[in-house]
Ligand binder design. Structure first.
Ligand code: GAL
Length: 805
C-alpha cells in the first residue's frame, strides 16, 4: 500500500499520542469544577449531589466577586472583602489502562486551610495558603469509572494576612500520571557549578521513585536542548541504574560547549529532558527549563551577574492581579511584568510569600531576577489568625516545598526566610533563623539566603546574630546605610524594601517641595490626609518609616556595597490602604496603580534605570486662574530641559547629583505647557500638555486586540475621556457603562483609585482623573468580541477584539 503524506502524518500523530500515553501525563485540571460558597460538611462524600452548585473553572478567587464593605472582617488590611468557607468538587474518569500507574494531584496554592478528599477518603489538610502541595490518589481511585475530588477551603478566620489574600483554589491544579518507576515530584535538580566561555558543567540530581514490588534496572539519562531545539549535550552514555523498591537518588554531569548565558538583557533558556527507559522502552520523561548564569554578592562592591556588576533595580510585588484578585492569570501576570520591564525593573521580590509557579516561568523568559520569600511571620503573630498558628507544625514542610518547587528557575537568585519578623528582637530569632536556613540549604546551597530586617543594630538583631544569613536585607532606614559596613563587617547588603511612598495617579497638592509624612512620625504635626482620599503624586508623600522614591534611589546609588533595592511597591495591591481606612481598600504605595496605569514616579525610575530617552512632564494643565502650579519633569539622555508656557520660555533647568527631577513654579494660565529636553543644545524630546476642554469623546485602547480563544486570555482596555481635540480631561470624572458581547466576557473593571468602593465586577465604573480600565476575557469558542462603553452626554465608543485558536 502506498501511503500519502497526510496518512503518514496521522499515523505519526497517533504514534506520538500512544507513546506519550505510555509515559508521564501532566493534565491541566483547572476546568469543570463545581463550587459552593458556604459550608456543607456532607460535601466530602463521593455520592453527594452537587448538581445545583455553580460550575466554574479554576483558578478561582471568591472574595474578589464580592462587594466591598466595611463590615467584612478583612477590612483592616485585607481589602474590605470577605473570607469565609467554600467547597469545590470535580468529577473525573481515569481510564482502566491507568490501573498500573501512579496518579497524584498537585495544587499550586489554595487559600487557605484546605482539606481534600478523593471518593470520600480524606487525603489531608494544608493550612498555609501560599504554598504548593500534592496528594497521591493511586490507592483510592476507580479506574474506568467516575471519581470525585472534594476540596474544602476555610478562610473564615480573620484578620489573617496583612494584605488581600483572596480565597479559594486560586492557582493551577494538575493531575500527574506516571509509571511506578518514575522521576519523583520535583525530582530533577539542575545546577551549573562551573561556567566559562568555552564550557559549562551541568550537574543534575535525580530522585527516582519505585512503588512497584521489585527492583528495576533502567537507563536514566538527560538530553539538553538549546533554545532552538537543537540537542547540545547528553548523559546517555551513563551506566544503567538499579532503582530499588522505594526509590533512590542519583547524580550526573554533562558539559555544554560555548554556553549562552542567561541574563537580564538576554534571558537564554536551555531545556533538559530527563528520560527513564526500561528494556529500551521509554517509561518516564520530565522536561526542565534552566539557564546558565553565575552571580555573587560582594561585601564591598555589591552584586555581580555573570561577573558583571549589576545594581539590583527591583520592586516588591504582592500576588493579587488588581481587579482580578488573587486568581492567577498568565496574561494578567505578563502585563504586570511587561509594564515593570519597560520601567527598567530587573528584579522582583515576591513579598511576603511564595508566588504562583507560572509567574516564575515568565520571569525566566522575560529576564527578571527573583527573590522568593517564605513568610511574613514566624511564631510571633502580626495578625491574630495569621501563619503564627501553624508555624510550629508546618514551617519545615512549607519552606522545603517552596525550595523544591522553585530551585530550577534561573530567575530565582535568593531565598528569603522572612519579612520584618518579630523574632529579630529577641533570642528566639537566632534559633529559628538557623533552623530555617538549614532547611533551605538541605535542598539548595547555590543561592544565598536573606531575611528582610528592620533592626540594624547588630547587638539587637537576633536574626543576624544567628550567623546564618548570607546577605543582609534591610527595609528602609536610608540614613543608616553609611554605617552598615562598620556595624556588620564583611557582610553583603541589599535594600529589601525602600520608599513606602504614597500617591494616587493624577492627584497633585501644592506646594510640591514640602514633604508630607502620612502617617506622621509623631514629631511633626498630624495631618489627616485629603478629604477625597487622594494622595498627591508629586514624590513628596511617604509613610514615616519610608522616604521619597528619589531619596531611596540616591541612597542606594551612593553606596557601592548596597547591591540594590526592592521598592515598596511595584504595583498598588489590594489591602493596606495607608494612610486611609474605609472606604479606601487598596494601597497607595505602587509606582503603578491597581489598574496598571503608571503614576508619574514610574518615569523617574525609567529615566534612572533605562537608557531609552525619557521626558515626562506633569501635572495636567487644567487649573484655576490665579493658581500657582509646580511643574515637574523627569528626563534622561539630555543635559537640560526648557519649559515654555504658551510659547514663552520659563527657563532651562538641569538635574543635579542630589535632585533627580527639575521643577518650575508657574503662575497658571490656560493654554500649552511644553518641555523640551536638549543635549549640547540639540533637541532630544518634546512633551506638551494642553488645557483640556469639556469631555467630548470616549477613547479606547487595548494592550492587545487578538486573543487566544482559550477561556483565559485577556485584553486590558484603557478608557480615556478626552476633549474634542483628543486631550485627556483630568478633572471631569464620569460614570461609564461597559458591556461586552460576543466571544468574550467582562472579567473586571477598575480606575486605579484606592477608595472607589464599587465592586471590581461592576460594569458601571466611574473614571478617576479621566481614566478607567475594562478587562475582557476570551471564551473558548472563537469569534469577535465587541466592547461598548457609554457615558451620559457622550457618543458611545466601540472596540472590537478577535479571538483565535
Ligand atoms: C513594610 C512591610 C510591608 C508593608 C510596608 C508598608 O514594613 O514589610 O509589608 O507593610 O511596610 O509601608
Amino acid at each position: 500500500m502506498k501511503l500519502n503524506k497526510h496518512t503518514l502524518l496521522v499515523i505519526a500523530l497517533l504514534l506520538s499520542l500512544f507513546s506519550t500515553a505510555q509515559v508521564r501525563s501532566v493534565v491541566d485540571f483547572n476546568n469543570g469544577w463545581k463550587f459552593l460558597l458556604g459550608n456543607d460538611s456532607l460535601a466530602s462524600n463521593a455520592n453527594y449531589n452537587d448538581a445545583k452548585w455553580r460550575s466554574l473553572n479554576l483558578p478561582h478567587d471568591w472574595s474578589i466577586e464580592s462587594n466591598f464593605s466595611s463590615s467584612f472582617p478583612a477590612t483592616n488590611q485585607g481589602g474590605a472583602l470577605p473570607g469565609g468557607i467554600g467547597w469545590y468538587r470535580k468529577t473525573f474518569t481515569v481510564p482502566a489502562s491507568s490501573a498500573d500507574k501512579k496518579i497524584r494531584i498537585e495544587f499550586d496554592g489554595v487559600y487557605k486551610n484546605s482539606e481534600v478528599w478523593i471518593n470520600g477518603h480524606y487525603l489531608g489538610k494544608r493550612p498555609y495558603g501560599y504554598v504548593n502541595f500534592s496528594y497521591d490518589l493511586t490507592p483510592y481511585l476507580n479506574y474506568g469509572k467516575p471519581n470525585v475530588l472534594a476540596v474544602k477551603v476555610d478562610n473564615s478566620l480573620q484578620p489573617d494576612s496583612r494584605w488581600y489574600s483572596g480565597s479559594g483554589i486560586y492557582r493551577d491544579v494538575k493531575l500527574v500520571t506516571t509509571s511506578k518507576v518514575a522521576i519523583a515530584e520535583a525530582g530533577v535538580f539542575i545546577t551549573t557549578p562551573v561556567i566559562n566561555q568555552s564550557k559549562a558543567t551541568v550537574s543534575i540530581q535525580y530522585t527516582v521513585t519505585n512503588t512497584g514490588k521489585q527492583n528495576e534496572i533502567v537507563n536514566l539519562y538527560t538530553d539538553v536542548y538549546d533554545a532552538a531545539g537543537k540537542k547540545v549535550a547528553t548523559s546517555k552514555n551513563i551506566v544503567k541504574r538499579t532503582i530499588p523498591v522505594g526509590g533512590y537518588s542519583y547524580a550526573s554531569q554533562l558539559q555544554i560547549n560555548a554556553p549562552i548565558l542567561w541574563s537580564i538583557a538576554k534571558p537564554y533558556l536551555y531545556k533538559a529532558v530527563t528520560r527513564i527507559e526500561r528494556n529500551g522502552q521509554l517509561i518516564d520523561e520530565v522536561k526542565t527549563t534552566f539557564g546558565i548564569r553565575s552571580f555573587r554578592f560582594d561585601a564591598a562592591n555589591g552584586f555581580f551577574l555573570n561577573n558583571q556588576p549589576l545594581k539590583i533595580q527591583g520592586v516588591c510585588m504582592h500576588h493579587d492581579l488588581g481587579a482580578l484578585g488573587a486568581a492567577y492569570n498568565h496574561a494578567a501576570a505578563k502585563r504586570q511584568l511587561t509594564i515593570l520591564k519597560e520601567m527598567g525593573v530587573n528584579a522582583i521580590r515576591f513579598s511576603h510569600n511564595p508566588p504562583a509557579a507560572a509567574i516564575l516561568d515568565l520571569c525566566d523568559e522575560m529576564g527578571f531576577l527573583v527573590q522568593v520569600e517564605a513568610f511574613d511571620m514566624w511564631k510571633k503573630k502580626k495578625n491574630k489568625f495569621d501563619y503564627n498558628l501553624y508555624f510550629d507544625e508546618w514551617h519545615a514542610r512549607d519552606i522545603q516545598a517552596m525550595v523544591l518547587r522553585d530551585r530550577n528557575h534561573p530567575s530565582v537568585f535568593m531565598w528569603s526566610i522572612g519579612n520584618e519578623i518579630r523574632e529579630q528582637f529577641d533570642s528566639t530569632g537566632t534559633t529559628i533563623a538557623k533552623r530555617l536556613v538549614d532547611l533551605v540549604k538541605a535542598i539548595d546551597t547555590t543561592r544565598p539566603v536573606t531575611c528582610a530586617l528592620t533592626e540594624n543594630f547588630p547587638e539587637k538583631n537576633f536574626i543576624w546574630k544567628s550567623g546564618a544569613l548570607d546577605v543582609l536585607g534591610f527595609n528602609y532606614k536610608l540614613y543608616d546605610y553609611a554605617d552598615l559596613p562598620k556595624r556588620f563587617p564583611g557582610q553583603s547588603f541589599v535594600a529589601t524594601e525602600t520608599a513606602s511612598a504614597l500617591a494616587s495617579r493624577g492627584s497633585y497638592d501644592m506646594p510640591s517641595d514640602s514633604n508630607r509624612l502620612w502617617p506622621p512620625d509623631g514629631k511633626t504635626p498630624t495631618v489627616k490626609g485629603n478629604a477625597d482620599m487622594s494622595v498627591s503624586a508629586y514624590d513628596h508623600v511617604y509613610a514615616y518609616w519610608g522616604s521619597s522614591h528619589e531619596a531611596a534611589l540616591l541612597a542606594v546609588n551612593k553606596y557601592k556595597f548596597m547591591s540594590g533595592m526592592f521598592v515598596w511597591s511595584g504595583f498598588d495591591f489590594i489591602g493596606e490602604p495607608v494612610p486611609y481606612a474605609w472606604p479606601a481598600r487598596s494601597s497607595y504605595y505602587g509606582i503603578v496603580d491597581l489598574a496598571g496605569l503608571p503614576k508619574d514616579v514610574y518615569y523617574l525610575y525609567q529615566s534612572e534605570w533605562t537608557t531609552k530617552p525619557v521626558l515626562h512632564l506633569f501635572p495636567h494643565w487644567n487649573w484655576n486662574k490665579g493658581d500657582t502650579v509646580d511643574v515637574w519633569a523627569y528626563y534622561n539622555n539630555a543635559d537640560e530641559v526648557e519649559l515654555f508656557l504658551n510659547g514663552k520660555s520659563l527657563g532651562s533647568k538641569s538635574k543635579t547629583t542630589d535632585v533627580l527631577h527639575v521643577m518650575w513654579r508657574v503662575p497658571y494660565q490656560p493654554g500649552i505647557i511644553k518641555a523640551v529636553s536638549k543635549k549640547n543644545g540639540k533637541i532630544i524630546l518634546t512633551k506638551e500638555i494642553r488645557t483640556a476642554g469639556a469631555p467630548a469623546k470616549i477613547l479606547l485602547t487595548a494592550d492587545k486586540s487578538k486573543l487566544k480563544a482559550n477561556g483565559k486570555d485577556l485584553s486590558f482596555i484603557t478608557v480615556k475621556l478626552v476633549d474634542k481635540d483628543g486631550n485627556l480631561v483630568p478633572d471631569a470624572d464620569q460614570l461609564l457603562q461597559i458591556s461586552v458581547t460576543g466571544a468574550g466576557l467582562l472579567a473586571g473593571t477598575d480606575n486605579g483609585f484606592p477608595a472607589d468602593s464599587s465592586s471590581f465586577k461592576n460594569p458601571r465604573r466611574k473614571t478617576w482623573k479621566g481614566m478607567a480600565l475594562a478587562i475582557v476575557q476570551s471564551h473558548v469558542k472563537k469569534g469577535n468580541i465587541t466592547v461598548l462603553v457609554k457615558a451620559d452626554g457622550l457618543k458611545q465608543a466601540m472596540f472590537t477584539l478577535r479571538t483565535e485558536d
